[in-house]
Write a protein that binds this ligand. Sequence first.
Ligand SMILES: *[C@@H]1O[C@H](CO)[C@@H](O)[C@H](O)[C@H]1NC(C)=O
Ligand SMILES: *[C@@H]1O[C@H](CO)[C@@H](O)[C@H](O)[C@H]1NC(C)=O
Ligand SMILES: *[C@@H]1O[C@H](CO)[C@@H](O)[C@H](O)[C@H]1NC(C)=O
Ligand SMILES: *[C@@H]1O[C@H](CO)[C@@H](O)[C@H](O)[C@H]1NC(C)=O
Ligand SMILES: *[C@@H]1O[C@H](CO)[C@@H](O)[C@H](O)[C@H]1NC(C)=O
Ligand SMILES: *[C@@H]1O[C@H](CO)[C@@H](O)[C@H](O)[C@H]1NC(C)=O
Ligand SMILES: *[C@@H]1O[C@H](CO)[C@@H](O)[C@H](O)[C@H]1NC(C)=O
Ligand SMILES: *[C@@H]1O[C@H](CO)[C@@H](O)[C@H](O)[C@H]1NC(C)=O
Ligand SMILES: *[C@@H]1O[C@H](CO)[C@@H](O)[C@H](O)[C@H]1NC(C)=O
Ligand SMILES: *[C@@H]1O[C@H](CO)[C@@H](O)[C@H](O)[C@H]1NC(C)=O
Ligand SMILES: *[C@@H]1O[C@H](CO)[C@@H](O)[C@H](O)[C@H]1NC(C)=O
Ligand SMILES: *[C@@H]1O[C@H](CO)[C@@H](O)[C@H](O)[C@H]1NC(C)=O
Length: 848
Amino acid sequence: MVPKIFCFLQLFTLFTVTFASTEEATSLVKWKATFQNQNNSLLASWTLSVGACTDWYGVICFNGRINRLNITNAGVIGTLHDFPFSSLPFLEYVDLSMNQLSGIIPPKIGNLTNLVYLDLSSNQFSGKIPPQIGSLSKVENLFIINNHLNGFIPVEIGKMKSLEFLGLQRNNLSGPIPITLGDLGYLPERLCQGGKLENFTVASNKLTGSIPRNLSNCSSFKWVRFNNNSFTGNLSEAFGIYPKLLFINLSDNDFHGELSSKWGKCKNLTDFRIARNNISGSIPPEIGNVKGLLGLDLSSKHLIGQIPKEFGKLTSLVNLFLQNNRISGNIPEDFGSLTKLESLDLSDNRLNGSIPMCIVDFVHLFQLNLSNNKFGQKIPKEIGRITHLNVLDLSYNLLVGDIPPQLANLKVLVNLNLSHNGLSGRIPTELDTLTGLQDVILSYNELEGPIPNNKAFVNASLEGNKGLCGNVAGLHPCEMLSSVVKRHSMAKGRKLILITVLPVMGALVLLCVFIGVLIMCNKRRRVRDVERRDGDGWLSISMLDGKALYRDILNATEEFDAKFCIGKGGHGSVYKVNLPSLGNIAVKRLHSSFQNTHPKSFINEVRALTGIKHRNIVNLYGYCSKAQHSLLVYEYVERGSLSSILSNEVESKKLDWLKRVNIIKGVAFALSYMHQDCSPPIVHRDISSSNVLLDSEYEARVADFGLAKILNPDSSNCTTLAGTYGYVAPELAYTMKVTQMCDVYSFGVLSLEIVKGNHLGEYITVLANSSTIDPQQLSDLLDERLPYPEDRVKDVLVFIVNLAFSCLLKTPKSRPTMHFISQKLSSMDARPHIHQRNPHVRRAIYNP
Ligand SMILES: *[C@@H]1O[C@H](CO)[C@@H](O)[C@H](O)[C@H]1NC(C)=O
Ligand SMILES: *[C@@H]1O[C@H](CO)[C@@H](O)[C@H](O)[C@H]1NC(C)=O
Ligand SMILES: *[C@@H]1O[C@H](CO)[C@@H](O)[C@H](O)[C@H]1NC(C)=O
Ligand SMILES: *[C@@H]1O[C@H](CO)[C@@H](O)[C@H](O)[C@H]1NC(C)=O
Ligand SMILES: *[C@@H]1O[C@H](CO)[C@@H](O)[C@H](O)[C@H]1NC(C)=O
Ligand SMILES: *[C@@H]1O[C@H](CO)[C@@H](O)[C@H](O)[C@H]1NC(C)=O
Ligand SMILES: *[C@@H]1O[C@H](CO)[C@@H](O)[C@H](O)[C@H]1NC(C)=O
Ligand SMILES: *[C@@H]1O[C@H](CO)[C@@H](O)[C@H](O)[C@H]1NC(C)=O
Ligand SMILES: *[C@@H]1O[C@H](CO)[C@@H](O)[C@H](O)[C@H]1NC(C)=O
Ligand SMILES: *[C@@H]1O[C@H](CO)[C@@H](O)[C@H](O)[C@H]1NC(C)=O
Ligand SMILES: *[C@@H]1O[C@H](CO)[C@@H](O)[C@H](O)[C@H]1NC(C)=O
Ligand SMILES: *[C@@H]1O[C@H](CO)[C@@H](O)[C@H](O)[C@H]1NC(C)=O
């Protein structure tokens, strides 16, 4: 008896279940019939011959009605067009994610009024989010991540009471977050009142506008992703205090304003990302209170000030990214407590001082990027203790001394970049043992000697060094070098002779110095005399008597009569003045609009500039000013500007190839001197053929050095006030950073202009992308007014053109430094029959 009853009961249950959901099952079978892949094996169970509640894949019933439909990742190819929205009133959970469902999300979705959970993510839905979705008033989790939805987020979403998770990221949505989520307060008001809105993510859309007040005030937030949109607004107003917040990503938006100290009150925060916004101001020290932080990304372009020493409290920190700001000062010693760090990127800032010893405590560090700062002194040998390091980038700093052999302890090192520093000596042979090394960049240092025997050095960037050798392309074999060494030892022999000559010369030098000092002292006294007159409206810096000079200039030019004017520029007009006391001088009268807003620093700058003496730089004698006129007094340079000579048929022909090569060299020497040998380096900012003058010997004299800066002290931008169209480096269109590399770019343009005889105009942008040329291709770039160059000169011109191309590279960092350029050029000799041509010149061609 017992087994029979059991049987009966089982049948009964089956019967009722099948009966209750027949209509629902039929409707789903109809939907399935519209799939493009009828052979779908997972959904093979979806037939009316078996019970939907018991035997169907992905279906779960409750009280005999279909309650859950979960066909995630079931390989369905189809649409929702025939989905039985009206026939499944008891559905609460729907997961259709990770299929190939396409087309729109039908408005009838609003019929599923009992839905609690809806996941349509990772399909190919397109079109707009239907406003009817707002009728799904019970939905707590709504995911439509990673589809092709576009248009605005419907305001009706704000009516969904209560929604706990809204995932719309990775779509093509646009427009602002609907005001219903904000001012009207539906969504956040209710959600936040219930204290339930924990996860909010609208990342990777094209959303604009500010974060609605109510939403940004949602103190229940735990996981929040606004990243990769176009949100705007003042950061300190847009966000509040979220005591429960664990994770927030605001990266890649257009927020502005400063980081507020409020973030320090989000005590539970473990991950804070706000990269690539328009954030200014300094880093609030209160961030140090968020002790549980694991990830912090503030790489935001405009941050200034120092790294707060309170960062030392962030002892859990694993990832710290502060790159691409204007942070200055030293790395605080307290940093040593960040012993859990795995990635540290402080690149592209203005940090200085030495690389702190405390980095040795970063035993887990995997990536270290300190490039593009002003770190000086030696690379600490302790760096060898960061044994997990994969990536080490210290390029573009002011590091000197040897490369520590302890680097060889970094057994898992893959990328090593120490380029653009002042490192000298030999590359330690210990690096032979770093078998994992792949990418080595040591270019533009002062390194010499053999390269390590390591396969990574075969393709390493090593150009721009003093004397590296080895059996790889672009370097001399090391035997060559040993012959050089021999020559050195021969030179030692000559030392003997020198030893006898030196004392005599020394005495002579001493005598000269003594006389020099006497003369200087004399002049100083005169200068002091001049400065005493500052009181009655005089301002003058020079070796000359300011008042007399001013009066003489006014007389000689008949109060700046136009007939004495020899040129007009952005800053003022230039007059040729003949004075009995000084002969010819050039006087630049600054525009009357010129306002000396920072008189003290102005005077200091001018004073510094008058101190600069270089064969290829026009001497600035001084400055004087009274009431209506501000005058800069320069040495007069006979032949005037290169641009006027090149545009004159007769004069340009006198400028033969040798003279042109020499002019290019001269400009390079001048720039290299100002960049390399002056401290702080002086960037010209306005190199053009109008600012290169030629003296009687056709020697180049660069004019107006430092002028752009002292006349526009508030502008760090060469494009606005300084800089001549056609010579300005492309990066200045989008960055405010004036670097020496702007001059390098302009130098490239100028060199090509000198070779071609006129400015290449738009063609420059084409050349900027070209690789090197060979002698056959040269003729297109030559001034047709001159005879075709003989071989020796042609080689030099090819070299110059290729060098100029490398100066035009779009990325400033890829351009060679002026120091490198001038060194290379000085080894070139186009003159016939004087020296044997250096057989290695061709190898030295800069190869970016
Ligand atoms: C299933 O059907 C689809 C569409 O009709 C077809 O592209 C696919 O090759 C079929 N797969 C198998 C295993 O038959
Ligand atoms: C759907 O099923 C997958 C695994 O088959 C599971 O991971 C997921 O949580 C389910 N979704 C729902 C809403 O139950
Ligand atoms: C189903 O949705 C459609 C479109 O939104 C609507 O017109 C209709 O009244 C709804 N039907 C039911 C039974 O709710
Ligand atoms: C995104 O939307 C724009 C129109 O707003 C459209 O032109 C574009 O094709 C869409 N992109 C994708 C991937 O759907
Ligand atoms: C939402 O905004 C409205 C109007 O601005 C305000 O009255 C309401 O208090 C806000 N709600 C919350 C939770 O901030
Ligand atoms: C919120 O997001 C986090 C991290 O992505 C996740 O672990 C958590 O389960 C989510 N919470 C809800 C309610 O979906
Ligand atoms: C940013 O969003 C776009 C779509 O708007 C997407 O294509 C891109 O991959 C996203 N980027 C990141 C880093 O998530
Ligand atoms: C933020 O919410 C609190 C209460 O939760 C409220 O008192 C305050 O006014 C709100 N601030 C804004 C700016 O909406
Ligand atoms: C933060 O957002 C940016 C931009 O979408 C993305 O590249 C980054 O991976 C995100 N970081 C985290 C930790 O989610
Ligand atoms: C912060 O995190 C701790 C530990 O997870 C938890 O106990 C505490 O409730 C959290 N605080 C808030 C305000 O959520
Ligand atoms: C950056 O923010 C400042 C205000 O802090 C604003 O003046 C400037 O226009 C913003 N720049 C961009 C590119 O949005
Ligand atoms: C941003 O808002 C704060 C607080 O209201 C204000 O002090 C600051 O001046 C604003 N910054 C900008 C750039 O508008």
